[in-house]
Structure formats: structure tokens, C-alpha cells
Design a protein around this ligand. Structure first.
Ligand code: ZN
Ligand code: ZN
Length: 815
């Protein structure tokens, strides 16, 4: 009897729901399932070969196979190969069937994600006595050589608080199913001597577990214990030791945090700056010292129950928070969840002002668990850096750079080789959507349906930069790098490219970058010698990231909405309706151009796009005097207002743009939400936060025959509403509803002209939950199928994936 087709569906431990969900996504998008089993044998002993691809290396897969085979009295062998894992099994047919069932179910290692599972019949081997793990097949490149950093697993957590365990209260307990990986690896292969754990000599007890194939710590490279592994200590802000010994260090740190002190805590991917989230004075002090006045802080909580006191946590949200990736999840604030007081059990108002969400994560290292067990409920846990510099990972540098910010430093001597920020996720249409793809997700490759004949490097964008390599059928995306404008970030970018290139042994001869003439990432790409350069339009790359993620052929109707991207006509694009495949795109429609004065200043000062939009809307009737009251709140300096108007009229330092992001800025400023973007999208986020979800009204807009979206009627109506002192919650909702309706009309017009009914959404504007949820609903109600980024950010963090996918297609096509 042939084996039943096995739907590759690993069973996941209770804390591994995200892996499961992501795996599910992958099956629906890129399911590869081939069963070639034909059994014609009459004899009792059978032999099968099973080839498995997916995340099956570095996750304890071979030991799990070994244990199961031995238990079922099967002989044979298992080894890693270039695509995943290959197993040969010999024994009774019923046992083999049970093996396949259990490996796809209860016996799969928690971190495994099986993508395909293929079986073949083999002739039996005489006198085979045992099952062995054979050395890796050395031909070619191992498919997934390095795995991500994973949150403490349930087994390790239990041992951490078990007095009888020899790792009781050990801050670095880990096993094959959890602990640091990517952040500690220096070079391949992923073996202990190539990690920052090489300086710690394993004791006998750890060594015997490491060597025992039946043990949970078999080949767990960072395995350690209090006797042989890293240690913690506490210093003051000059680096002088003030406490040693785990218990002292933990108790003292907790005490100081409760007193309102700022602690720098060394974690997995770098330092965090921590402070009591209930203490408004302490949080404000952290803001001042870190030079981060406005941007919301992320928080870490001791339990789901604690998070539920402050934010709305859906079932899906709970799964994400408890997942092995343990990301920061943006959750709706509960009403009255903040306070201006001190020592209360409400979140300090200064943690996250101007937004309607809190960013929460759960403890994800044993050190966090020990610290929070001292009666701490919620800490602000923000990146250990100044302003937008790269995360700090070295002890010395932490004292040097953060000595003026933190009062104390919780240090350890497990070196961090790669800094990795916390990942950020939110829910769109009840699906997990990554806003920042870093710790827990990096460097797990995403598999393409086809193998690229050449290796590719994609340089990404300048804001929220990530870069990407294509090797064989893998898209290997970097962690979040940051905004390249900062010199330190730019150096970090260059170093990171070299590091990842080494880890994946790739020397690409094809290089993709943004069309922008002055992006630093593009300049870097253009400076590379002996490569074929592919320059790709920004919004096409956005839509391509969705096409690549879902593995569709297209063409799709691509709605790409963001702040700025360089267009093929030299204008600044930002609200585009593209008809796109990975081969090509056509600009089908866009937001009507308006002139934007002041280059960089225009992204910070909303008065600039606002004056442009007002001048365009009122045309000859435009009168600065009549708009005086409205404009004065935003820019009291009349001379400056006049200069900007003159600039726009004469076209001095002025660009034509279809940026939707700047329209958000203008409307946010009109309703009184601020007159400056202190960080990217501050005003748009504030505008989204106040939108009344129960308001269904909208403003007027027009769409021309050439699918040019005209928002002039809306701008005038907003001015009227503002001058009538209409509530900003209503104006904001009407504004969002208008955009959703306008984008829907663009999609309908593309459908009518091209006969397409799949819409792909991408670009930073779709990080807006209100707009995106509403637009998805409207599109679906109108019969469209809707694709939107989940595994990669819709913001510029996803650009490198789109660039890589387009370049890969180009190479494939020419063969
Ligand atoms: Zn573990
Ligand atoms: Zn040990």
C-alpha cells in the first residue's frame, strides 16, 4: 500500500504558535508536496527514502528523527543535505507509516517548519543493524545553516525555577529548542568554536548532554551551566562593579528599577534601556537622556495577564506574544490605561503618547525571567542606543555611549557578535504582519518556487533599511539595519553585508538597487565592481515584495502608498496604482501631483505640503489671509508662510509629488495634532489614533479618466470642517474613509481596463491599521482578492525583498 500523502504540518509546542502560523502561510502560498511512493513488494521489510525541506537544520531535527526511529525499531540513517534533511528508513511497513505520521505530528521538533516531504521506495539493505546520524552531505550549500535567536522554551523555564536542577536560576539556560543563535555566530559552520561561546569550556555534565543524542541539549551549541558558562554582574555608570553573583545582581537590579533608576540590560541582540513603566518621572528622565522625546517606547511584561490589564489582547495576539519569536506586538490601549502619576499600576503617559497602541513583549531570556520574578510587572525596554544609532552590543561601548543615560549596567560575558533589534508585529485583518523583521525571524530564508541561476544582492532602501541575498532558491533577508543617513548606521550596513555574505558564502554578480539617484544604498550598489546593476523603481519593488511573498505570477493591481519614492519621470511618487508582475510594471494611475517645497524639510514640516495642497485646491481663490487662523497654529511666522508660497509658485527647490504620506501630515496638522514630525510618520500615526471607528462618512474626491485621483474637494471640505470646529475624531475618520474609497475606485478602474481582480497593497501608508483594514474590507466586498505584506514589512523594510525578486526573475527569464 502506498503511503498516504502527508500534509506537512509540524505539531508545535504550546509556545510556538507563530512558527505554526507562519508555516501555515507558507503552505497556502507555496505548498510543494510530491509523493512518489510506489510499493509493490511482498516482503515484510521495506526501505524508504524521505527527503524533507524547510526549516529542518539547526533545530534538532536529526536527533528527533533518530529518537523516533530507535523507538520504532527502524534501522537506517539521517543526514543534512543541501536542501534540508534526508532519511533512509528500513523496517516493517506499519512502523514506517507510523514514523512518517509522528514526524509530521507530535514528534516534530518545536522549531521545525516542514515545507515539503517526499518519499521514495528503495531496495532493502541486508544486515543493517542500527539507525545512525551520518555526517552532513558535504556537496553544495546547506539550506539553512544558521537559525534565529529563540525565546526560552517551556522546558528550560521549568528547569530555571527547579531547585533540583543543576541550572537552577542560571541566567543563560538554553537547549536545542531555544536560546541565542544568529547573534552569537561568527562564521560557519554553526559549531561552538565558531560562536562567541568558544571561550567557555563545557564542563563534564554539560558535555555529556551535548554528546547524548537522546538529550534535549544534543549539539545545542550555546549549552552552559553555572559551573562552566557565562556570568552576570552589575556595574555603575563608570563600569565599576557593584554586585556579583546571580542572586545579588538580580535582586539589586530589581530594587534599583523599583526606585526609578535606569538600567542598561545586556540581552540577546544588544543592550536594552530599562525603566519602571509605571513611573512617569523615570520614563521622562529616560527620554531626556536618550534624546528620544516623542517616539513611543516598547515594554516588556511578566505575563499575558499583566498585558491584558493595559491593552486589548485577542486570542491571535496572545499566540504571537507567546511565540518562540517573542516579538513586540502593537496592541490597542485600554481606556484609562495611562497615568501621569508615580508608583501607580497604570502605564506612565509618557511611554506612548500620540498613539492608540502599546508595544508589548513577554520575557524572552532566562535573565528577563529571573528579573521579573522579583515582583516586577512591566518595564520600558527600549533599544540601548542614542537616538537612531545602531544598537550597542559591547560592554565597553555600552559604558562609553550609555554612561550618561543609564544609572547601572547589568552586564554579562557572553559576547554578542551581531546586534539584532526586537522585531515588531501588528495585526492587520487579524493576521500577524511584521513591521520590523529582526530577532526571532532572521536569518531564516524564505524559499522561492524557482532556483536562481545566479546569486543576487539587493541593497534595499535608505529608510528602515534591510538588504537581501538570493542564493539558489533562498531569499536571505538581513535584520533591520535602520536609517542609513546616520553615519554609524551606514557603517553598520556595510559590515552587515560582509557578515551575511560570509555566513551564506555568497559572492553575487548581480546587484539590485533603488532607482533613486542619491540613496546611499544605491550609491553603494553602484560603486561595486564587476557586477551587473539592476535599478528598480521604488513602488514597483514594494508591490514585488507582495508578489514574492505570495508566490503569485500576476499581473496584479498594485496599490503602493507611502511618503516618497523616486519615480521614472523624476517626480516623487507616493500614491500609485501599478499593473505589475516581477517582469515589468505599468503606472496605471496615481494621486494628482502637487508641488512640494523644501526637500527634506517637507517631510518634517507639515506646513509645506499643507500650503501646496491648499494652493492647489483653491487655485486663484487661494488667500493666505483668509486661512490665517488655520495656518497660524501650524506656522506662526507669516514671513516663512510667504516664502514657502513663493517657492511653490516659482518652483524653487520644489518637486512634483504624488506622496500620500505628506497628505496625512497636512491633514493631521490642520486638525491640531502637531506641527512637526519628530520621527517618521509621527503625524500620520497621531491622525490614525484619533479616528472614530464608528464614523462612516467621507469627503468628496474625483477620479479622472486616466485614473488620476484628485483630492482637492476633500482638502476644501477639511478646511470647512476645521473652521467649524468639528471634532478631530470625525475629521480623521472621514479623511481615512475618503482615501479608502479613492483607492477602491482606482482598483475598480484598473479592473475594468485590464480584467484583473487581484490587488496587492504595499508601502508605509499600509502600516496604518484603520485605513488598511477598511480598504481590505471594501475591496473584498467588491469581489477583489487582496494580498498584503505579512512576512515582510509593508514599509521600506520590505523593499530589498522586492528588488531581489525582480532581479531573480530577470535572470531566470534569460536563462
Ligand atoms: Zn530550551
Ligand atoms: Zn556546564
Amino acid at each position: 500500500m502506498p503511503l498516504e500523502p502527508q500534509h506537512a504540518r509540524p505539531t508545535i509546542a504550546p509556545n510556538a504558535h507563530l512558527a505554526y502560523n507562519l508555516a501555515q502561510n507558507h503552505y497556502s502560498k507555496r505548498s510543494v508536496l510530491v509523493i512518489v511512493g510506489v510499493s509493490k513488494s511482498e516482503i515484510k521489510v521495506h526501505r524508504k527514502k524521505i527527503k524533507i525541506t524547510g526549516r529542518v537544520q539547526g533545530v534538532g531535527f536529526r536527533p528527533a528523527v533518530y529518537r523516533l526511529a530507535v523507538q520504532l525499531q527502524l534501522t537506517g540513517l539521517v543526514y543534512n543535505d543541501t536542501r534540508g534533511v534526508t532519511i533512509e528508513l528500513q523496517g516493517e511497513e506499519s512502523k514506517i507509516t507510523e514514523f512518517v505520521k509522528r514526524l509530521n505530528g507530535t514528534d516534530a521538533p518545536p522549531l521545525a517548519q516542514i515545507e515539503s516531504f517526499v518519499t521514495f521506495d528503495l531496495p532493502t539493505v541486508a544486515e543493517e543493524q542500527e539507525f545512525t546520524i551520518s555526517p552532513s552531505d558535504t556537496g553544495g550549500t546547506p539550506a539553512s545553516r544558521v537559525t534565529a535567536d529563540i525565546a526560552t522554551c517551556a522546558d528550560c523555564l521549568r528547569e530555571l525555577f527547579d531547585e533540583k536542577d543543576f541550572r537552577y536560576r542560571y541566567p543563560f539556560i538554553n537547549c536545542t529548542n531555544c536560546g541565542p543563535r544568529y547573534s552569537i555566530i561568527k562564521t560557519i559552520p554553526y559549531d561552538r568554536p565558531n560562536t562567541t561561546m568558544s571561550v567557555f569550556k563545557m564542563c563534564e555534565q554539560c558535555g555529556s548532554q551535548y554528546k547524548d543524542v537522546a538529550d534535549r541539549r544534543f549539539h545545542a551549541q550555546p549549552v552552559a551551566c553555572p559551573k562552566c558558562g557565562p556570568k552576570v554582574w552589575l556595574t555603575d555608570n563608570k563600569g565599576r562593579t557593584i554586585a556579583t553573583g546571580t542572586d545579588n545582581v538580580i535582586a539589586e537590579t530589581a530594587r534599583l528599577l523599583r526606585e526609578g533608576k535606569i538600567a542598561a540590560i545586556k540581552g540577546v541582540g544588544g543592550f536594552h534601556l530599562a525603566v519602571d513603566a509605571f513611573n512617569n518621572t523615570a520614563v521622562s528622565r529616560l527620554r531626556e537622556r536618550k534624546l528620544r522625546e516623542h517616539k513611543p517606547f516598547a515594554m516588556m511584561a511578566d505575563s499575558i495577564e499583566t498585558i491584558k490589564q493595559h491593552a486589548a489582547v485577542s486570542e491571535q495576539a496572545e499566540k504571537l506574544l507567546k511565540s518562540p519569536e517573542a516579538p513586540i506586538l502593537l496592541l490597542p490601549k485600554k481606556a484609562d490605561s495611562t497615568t501621569l502619576g508615580t508608583g501607580d499600576s497604570a502605564i506612565a503617559a509618557s511611554v506612548a503618547e500620540g498613539v492608540n497602541t502599546f508595544g508589548f513583549m513577554l520575557c524572552y531570556t532566562p535573565l528577563h525571567h529571573l528579573l521579573f520574578a522579583e515582583g516586577i510587572e512591566v518595564l520600558v525596554m527600549t533599544s540601548g542606543n542614542i537616538s537612531d544609532e545602531p544598537l550597542i552590543r559591547e560592554n565597553d561601548k555600552a559604558i562609553e555611549r550609555l554612561g550618561g543615560v543609564a544609572d547601572v549596567f547589568l552586564m554579562h560575558d557572553r559576547e554578542i557578535h551581531r546586534q539584532v533589534d526586537d522585531s515588531i508585529v501588528h495585526l492587520i485583518n487579524d493576521k500577524a504582519v511584521l513591521l520590523r523583521r529582526s530577532r526571532g525571524y532572521i536569518p531564516t530564508p524564505v524559499l522561492m518556487r524557482q532556483t536562481s541561476p545566479q546569486e543576487i544582492f539587493a541593497a534595499g532602501a535608505d529608510l528602515k533599511n534591510t538588504f537581501c541575498f538570493v542564493k539558489e532558491n533562498q531569499l536571505i533577508c538581513s535584520e533591520h539595519i535602520g536609517d542609513l543617513e546616520d553615519t554609524e548606521v551606514y557603517h553598520h550596513y556595510i559590515n552587515s553585508i560582509e557578515h551575511l555574505r560570509g555566513l551564506f558564502e555568497t559572492r553575487p554578480k548581480v546587484v539590485a538597487c533603488d532607482l533613486h539617484p542619491s540613496y546611499l544604498s544605491s550609491q553603494y550598489a553602484r560603486s561595486m565592481a564587476d557586477v551587473e546593476l539592476v535599478e528598480i523603481q521604488h513602488h514597483w519593488a514594494h508591490i514585488a515584495s507582495v508578489i514574492a511573498e505570495y508566490g503569485v505570477d500576476g499581473p496584479v493591481i498594485g496599490l503602493a502608498c507611502d511618503g516618497t519614492g523616486y519615480g521614472t519621470d523624476g517626480a516623487i511618487w507616493g500614491c500609485e496604482c501599478l499593473i505589475a508582475t516581477l517582469d515589468d510594471f505599468e503606472r496605471f494611475g496615481h494621486l494628482d501631483y502637487y508641488p512640494l517645497a523644501g526637500a527634506d524639510a517637507a517631510t518634517k514640516e507639515p506646513i509645506r505640503p499643507l500650503l501646496s495642497l491648499l494652493m492647489q485646491a483653491y487655485d486663484k481663490q487661494f488667500d493666505l489671509g483668509k486661512l490665517g487662523r488655520l495656518l497660524e497654529r501650524i506656522e506662526p511666522d507669516h514671513t516663512k508662510q510667504n516664502i514657502i508660497c513663493e517657492q511653490i509658485r516659482k518652483g524653487i527647490n520644489t518637486m512634483q509629488t504624488s506622496s500620500l504620506g505628506r497628505v496625512f501630515d497636512a491633514v493631521a496638522a490642520m486638525v491640531g495634532l502637531g506641527n512637526y514630525n519628530h520621527f517618521e510618520a509621527q503625524l500620520p500615526m497621531a491622525l490614525e489614533s484619533v479616528a472614530d471607528p464608528n464614523c462612516d462618512q467621507q469627503y468628496d474626491f474625483e477620479i479622472s479618466e486616466r485614473t488620476i485621483l484628485d483630492l482637492r474637494p476633500m482638502i476644501k471640505q477639511v478646511v470647512a470642517d476645521v473652521s467649524k470646529d468639528k471634532d478631530k475624531t470625525v475629521i480623521s475618520a472621514k479623511f481615512h474613509n475618503t482615501l479608502a474609497a479613492g483607492l477602491l475606485e482606482m482598483a475598480k478602474s484598473a479592473r475594468q481596463a485590464k480584467g484583473l481582480d487581484t490587488v496587492a497593497l504595499s508601502g508605509g501608508v499600509f502600516c496604518n491599521r484603520y485605513l488598511t483594514n477598511r480598504l481590505i474590507r471594501l475591496l473584498k466586498e467588491d469581489g477583489f482578492s487582496v494580498l498584503f505584506n505579512c512576512d515582510f514589512p509593508a514599509n521600506d523594510g520590505g523593499i530589498s525583498i522586492g528588488q531581489a525578486a525582480i532581479a531573480a526573475r530577470r535572470i531566470l527569464k534569460r536563462g
